[in-house]
Design a binder for this molecule. Structure first.
Ligand SMILES: Cc1cc2nc3c(=O)[nH]c(=O)nc-3n(C[C@H](O)[C@H](O)[C@H](O)COP(=O)(O)OP(=O)(O)OC[C@H]3O[C@@H](n4cnc5c(N)ncnc54)[C@H](O)[C@@H]3O)c2cc1C
Length: 270
């Protein structure tokens, strides 16, 4: 949001894509005693103030998980849920929380396992699928898949409101792993049961940055950046916790400001 404020002051339009503010670390910080100018402010309150300030300056907000960013010539296409956001630059401010993948998930991604109902749902027309979701958006995806697949079973990876739909069965148990069977089906193994499917769809409110942007250079668990907050890719910037230590709000806010200025300079010379 700090980045959005400065982008707007530099006359650029911007869309803030936010999966789930409640999953961000700032939301979880009860009280900040070291944020300059706002003593004892809670993370929730600071988020509210920042959002209002960004909206007042004309930043657009969009709810959803940014799953993939593709560069087509001078344009970036960011896949958000089932929509696409087009832009001339991208700033990553995805925090330090990383999704923990299930055993078997990475190996089968694109080969029976999918993170995108709209992209891959049609391959499972009339087939049996499982939806594994860590948040409420998975319920919407499951409803979409229920219109195509013969059977949809829903597993919750983290507590959230599951879909109430006669076409979707809610299955109990903690999912432990995904296993490929000789039949080519994929077994979803939980602590309570095991069932086999033609396809498995997994939804979470975060994606590892180098999965989002294949080829993005990392520095340990963080995105590698220079002092301008420029990543290894032209017109892609990163700021805040995802860009490295220390994991602090004042540092995130400062880096957002730097990323916006670098972005504005680069676009002016593009
Ligand atoms: C309990 C606790 C107490 C803390 N106390 C302090 C303190 O006193 N002082 C201090 O300075 N710092 C404190 N921190 C650290 C501080 O909260 C972080 O440094 C700060 O929130 C970093 O901001 P950020 O925007 O980089 O990341 P975050 O606040 O984590 O925000 C990241 C956002 O990106 C979203 N996101 C992630 N992936 C995607 C995606 N693929 N698509 C769309 N959206 C996505 C998330 O939903 C989230 O909204 C504390 C943290 C915690 C957890």
């Amino acid at each position: 949001m700090s980045c959005a404020l400065t982008l707007r002051k530099r006359g650029l339009s911007c869309t803030l894509v936010t999966a789930d503010a409640e999953s961000g670390w700032l939301y979880k910080a009860d009280q900040l005693d070291n944020y300059p100018g706002l003593p004892h402010v809670s993370g929730k309150e600071l988020l509210r103030i920042l959002r209002e300030q960004a909206e007042d300056l004309g930043a657009a907000f969009m709810h959803g998980t940014a799953r993939q960013v593709q560069q087509l010539g001078d344009t970036f296409m960011t896949l958000v849920g089932n929509d696409v956001v087009e832009s001339r630059a991208v700033v990553l401010a995805v925090g330090a929380a990383r999704p923990k993948l299930l055993p078997g998930e990475e190996e089968m991604l694109g080969n029976g396992v999918s993170w995108c109902g709209t992209c891959d749902g049609m391959f499972y027309r009339g087939k049996e699928v499982a939806v594994l979701s860590a948040w409420k958006d998975g319920a919407e995806e499951a409803r979409f898949l229920a219109g195509l697949a013969a059977k949809v079973d829903y597993y919750t990876l983290q507590p959230h409101e599951a879909p109430e739909d006669p076409r979707i069965s809610l299955l109990p148990g903690k999912v432990a792993s995904l296993v490929r069977r000789e039949s080519r089906k994929i077994a979803v193994v939980t602590d309570a049961s095991e069932a086999e499917y033609d396809g498995v769809f997994i939804f979470r409110p975060a994606v590892a940055p180098d999965r989002m942007l294949p080829g993005l250079k990392l520095d340990g668990p963080f995105i590698a950046v220079d002092r301008r907050m420029q990543t290894s890719m032209p017109r892609v910037y990163a700021c805040g916790d995802c860009a490295g230590q220390p994991l602090q709000v004042a540092k995130a806010v400062g880096e957002g400001n730097i990323a916006a200025i670098s972005c504005a300079e680069d676009l002016a010379h593009a």
